[in-house]
Write a protein that binds this ligand. Structure first.
Ligand code: MG
Length: 257
């Protein structure tokens, strides 16, 4: 796992992170009823290019697109293809960008047109779980503290907390040790130190936590076909505590060190 040693390294992660945030903004705006997921991939590609970054996902273990686009029962790793968005869909977009060798990685889930109450609550709770995890990114805390905070956010709602896929360290590669599960025992696991960067990414399902992978080898769906939400940010542990790099205004944000 990377340990960010100086302002220059942090700045590169911030540029990559801001690019990911810009991808999300553009894709959310473009994601209207009737639009194909493939079109959203084109939007993402052009944002990444215009910011002088490279896509993290395209070609990663053979992945064929710039973003993962995962509607409804798709948990993660959906390939943006010919599916046309419908009112009432929920859609997860996961995006990654590289700037001068440093990565940013983030995901969000949002509604298309009018979504039902169950979906709205799932999105709200999963987003809150992400931030509960981010709040645990403190010097001396452990990986189990993060996972526990995320898991606790799901508990009152009876959501399935996906265990098959986990968060991760990030830096010069998109996926670095350690794994950051969305469950854990407080006080257990690797101790967090200043300069670490991690991706926290709760995946909550309306039904079972079980998943299966489709025949394309990528698309991960819930085993029961019920809907799923996914939120993720890249978080650097700076002198000021958790600093999210994958938000749009970070280039004017706090220094590291
Ligand atoms: Mg990730």
């Amino acid at each position: 796992m990377i340990t960010i040693k100086n302002e220059s390294e942090f700045r590169k992660m911030a540029v990559a992170g801001a690019c990911v945030a810009a991808v999300h903004e553009a894709v959310v705006e473009a994601a209207q009823v009737g639009v194909t997921l493939r079109r959203l991939d084109e939007v993402a590609a052009s944002v990444i290019r215009s910011r002088g970054c490279k896509p993290s996902f395209l070609g990663y273990q053979g992945f064929p697109a710039h973003i993962c686009a995962s509607p409804n029962e798709v948990v993660v790793h959906g390939i943006p293809g010919k599916y046309r968005l419908r009112s009432g869909d929920i859609l997860s977009i996961d995006a990654g960008a590289i700037y001068e060798g440093y990565h940013g990685d983030a995901a969000l889930t949002f509604g298309i047109g009018d979504i039902d109450e169950d979906a709205a609550r799932l999105l709200d709770v999963t987003r809150r779980a992400l931030w509960a995890g981010i709040d645990q990114v403190r010097v001396g805390n452990r990986v189990g503290d993060l996972g526990h905070a995320v898991e606790q956010a799901a508990a009152p709602h009876g959501y399935g907390v996906v265990r098959d896929y986990v968060g991760h360290g990030i830096g010069r590669a998109m996926h670095e040790p350690p794994q950051i599960p969305n469950y854990g025992v407080p006080g257990r696991g690797l101790r967090l130190r200043r300069g670490m960067a991690v991706c926290i990414e709760p995946m909550f399902n309306l039904g079972t936590e079980e998943t299966r992978t489709m025949e394309d080898g990528w698309t991960v769906v819930t085993a029961d076909g019920m809907r799923s939400a996914h939120f993720e940010h890249t978080v650097a542990l700076t002198a000021d505590g958790p600093t999210v790099t994958t938000v749009s205004d970070l280039l004017t944000a706090r220094p590291v060190g």
